[in-house]
Design a protein around this ligand. Structure first.
Ligand SMILES: *Cc1c(COP(=O)(O)O)cnc(C)c1O
Length: 418
């Protein structure tokens, strides 16, 4: 595991890289360069994290050799539902993985652990509940939603008719707008969840509106799943028909996705993942998902998430103290958006400059952004990754000071050039 100064307490990565370099000097060098970059940078991308060595090892294990299309269970016969022989070990693994994830979220929902990513989990989740051409009410990309929530360049915007709800003038989800649009557009599915939203999402209010208009209710908890697991954000279980997530963000697992659903949707979810959206599952990633689920059930993980939230508040408060604008004026979770609308340079300009300073962030649109998405007027800052490396509140306040210094330098340069 990497510490805050970039020292790795285990030799796992270096041993691996040394082995790869012997077989492929070219690829090995790419990996080593990236490992060095990750060790030396302050990682503030809100969707990234560092998983454990055990999770990494499982991602590179012999299970990648195995084909196992289908499921460990067949609802009709009670036997294996795989289309291949030799699946007795991966069958047990996949069932164990499903049970562990139910334990993480303390739920009796059906779970499918096969989605290769969050986007593919969403592709299957929509299909399980509604038909192509049906209407989805979701949060738009420029308000903090995700590409797979109906963006016109994504499958979701091409296969479905998508209507977007807005945030209010303070950047909060406007529940009145959700209700109004639900009533006038009569969506088949209402979707809650976001990639760049720093406040508690009121799942109960969403569920109530969905019920009022007879729509399915789906939650994509990709970003906040870890907070939900640890009790730092209200849970959508019991309220949503389907819940999707990624496993590589706050959950600190391998890159991948999960779908949970009320038991009555179990069969529809499974057939929407395979054969609709995917072929063979990645059993090595499923092993890694099972290990991270075990880790996420521990007291140590719960404490980690509490520190992620404390760090996010301290980091955000420091920017407010320094006089910056933050979307919604603060944060309840692991991230927030610094609003640069009043500055002469864009989020993209700042992202590039911070890269040179060894601080990794991503540009992000702010509500009502006047700049195009490729420029954007904000940057998104998250605390999940550096908290894994041991950062506390003081460390994050110090990083805020470094970013403030860079912004002041850039502002001075722009003024000189005018
Ligand atoms: C990250 C994210 C996803 C998709 O994740 P990928 O694994 O990159 O496809 C989906 N929904 C939300 C809300 C996300 O933040």
């Amino acid at each position: 595991m990497l510490d805050k100064s970039g020292n790795d307490s285990s030799s796992y990565n270096m041993d691996d890289i040394k082995f790869i370099k012997e077989k492929s000097p070219v690829v090995g060098q790419f990996i080593e360069d990236e490992y060095e970059r990750q060790k030396n940078n302050v990682e503030l991308i809100a969707s990234e994290n560092y998983c454990s060595d055990a999770v990494l090892a499982a991602c590179g294990c012999c299970l990648t050799w195995k084909y196992a299309e289908g499921y460990p269970y067949d609802r009709k016969s009670g036997n294996t539902g795989r289309y291949y022989g030799g699946t007795e070990n991966v069958d047990k693994l996949e069932e164990y993985c499903c049970n562990k994830w139910r334990e993480v979220f303390n739920t009796d929902y059906h779970v499918n652990v096969q989605p290769h990513s969050g986007s593919q989990a969403n592709l299957a989740a929509y299909r399980a509940l509604i038909n192509h051409g049906d209407t989805i009410l979701a949060m738009s990309l420029n308000n903090g939603g995700h590409l797979s929530h109906g963006s016109s360049v994504n499958f979701s915007g091409k296969l479905y008719n998508v209507v977007f709800y807005d945030v209010d003038e303070n950047g909060y989800i406007d529940m009145e707008d959700v209700r109004k649009k639900a009533k006038s557009y009569r969506p088949n599915l209402i979707l809650a969840g976001a990639s760049a939203y720093s406040r508690i999402i009121d799942f109960e209010a969403f569920a109530k509106i969905a019920k009022e208009v007879g729509a399915y209710f789906m939650v994509d908890m990709a970003h906040i799943a870890g907070l939900i697991a640890a009790g730092a954000h209200p849970s959508p279980f019991g309220l949503a028909d389907i819940v999707t997530t990624t496993t590589h963000k706050t959950l600190r697992g391998p890159r991948g996705g999960l779908i949970f659903g009320k038991p009555e949707f179990a069969h529809k979810i499974d057939s929407a993942v395979f054969p609709y959206a995917q072929g063979g599952p990645l059993e090595h990633i499923i092993a890694a998902k099972a290990i991270s689920a075990e880790e996420d059930c521990t007291e140590e993980y719960r404490k980690y998430i509490m520190q992620v939230v404390l760090n996010s508040k301290a980091f955000c408060d420091e920017f407010l103290k320094l006089g910056y604008k933050v979307v919604t004026g603060g944060t309840d979770n692991h991230l927030f958006l610094l609003d640069l609308s009043d500055f002469p340079f864009s989020g993209n300009d700042l992202q590039i400059r911070l890269d040179q300073e060894g601080i990794t962030v991503n540009k992000n649109a702010v509500p009502g952004d006047k700049r195009p998405p490729s420029e954007a007027s904000g940057i998104r800052l998250g605390t999940a990754a550096m908290t894994t490396r041991g950062y506390d509140e003081d460390d994050f306040r110090a990083v805020a000071g470094r970013i403030d210094k860079v912004i002041k330098e850039m502002t001075a340069e722009y003024e000189e050039n005018e």
